[in-house]
Design a protein around this ligand. Sequence first.
Ligand code: BV8
Length: 249
Amino acid sequence: MMAISFPESLVSAVRGAKKVAVMTGAGISAESGIPTFREAQTVLWSRFRPEELATPEAFRRDPKRVWEWYQWRRSLIANARPNPGHLALATMANHWQKLTVITQNIDGFHQLAGSRNVLELHGNIHRTKCFENHHFAEKLDLTSDAIPPRCQQCQSPLRPDVVWFGEMLPQKELSAAAEAVGACDLFFSIGTSSVVYPAADLVFAAIRRGVATIEINPAETPASSSFSFSLRGAAGEMLPSLLQAAWPQ
Ligand code: BV8
């Protein structure tokens, strides 16, 4: 892969940082083969928009369809693995005093790649709970042919423990994320379109702080012009190159 050259000011901001906050979105998992929300989904699901599936109303209307969409995404994730972007980010943490990874993703790839301080704003597809009472289901009762399976405590249909549109984000993670953004001296926004709230609020809060901010995205986003550096490229290429530029091996 051709080495990417970065402005010296960017490299020294990365090298000299102490407390770093990173916001990631579906784009950092794109090179693992996980389609982002905005990309056309495979034929199987192309007739639905994610906003029509990732909502409590969609689940109430057709729990089987929503459950099977998540089962499809679970199988995609189970057959994929973190990519060089996740791995480079995890390695960068060794050079900084503190790295907080704030992710909108539900795939668990940052943890799998070795990142330790990960805040999942939108939950995790590997956790399952019931729709009515949020009882967590350690194992699914697949003996019955009910789809979705039922909660063994209250018989309510099971759902993934992810945050749907119209649902509140977990307060603990959201305030820890705001704290990390408030304390950082370097902020990255990687692979997110910065259009989903309240996660996007954190991107703009970082920009308002006036610390060095870096965006990594092959496409322009509504926030691109406000970053100190907006790198047009793929996370799986940009992050390993930035790691090499800041701390040459
Ligand atoms: C809430 C989990 C309130 C589920 C997700 C109007 C204005 C403002 C806000 C709203 C509004 N109408 C409604 C709202 C609120 C709504 C919202 O923000 N809607 C948006 C669409 C306008 N937000 C909510 O509903 C949130 N809750 O507000 O509650 C409330 C208040 C009181 C009481 C009750 C409730 C909940 C939002 C969370 C929804 N859940 N995920 C699941 O995954 O199934 S969001 C989901 O969409 C993903 O998490 C993802 O982050 C996000 C966006 O999808 P994508 O576009 O795929 O991903 P992303 O945005 O990250 O973009 C991909 C980017 O990657 C692109 O820019 C692309 O260029 C780039 N890329 C591609 N390849 C690469 C790459 N980058 C780097 N490298 C590459 N190789």
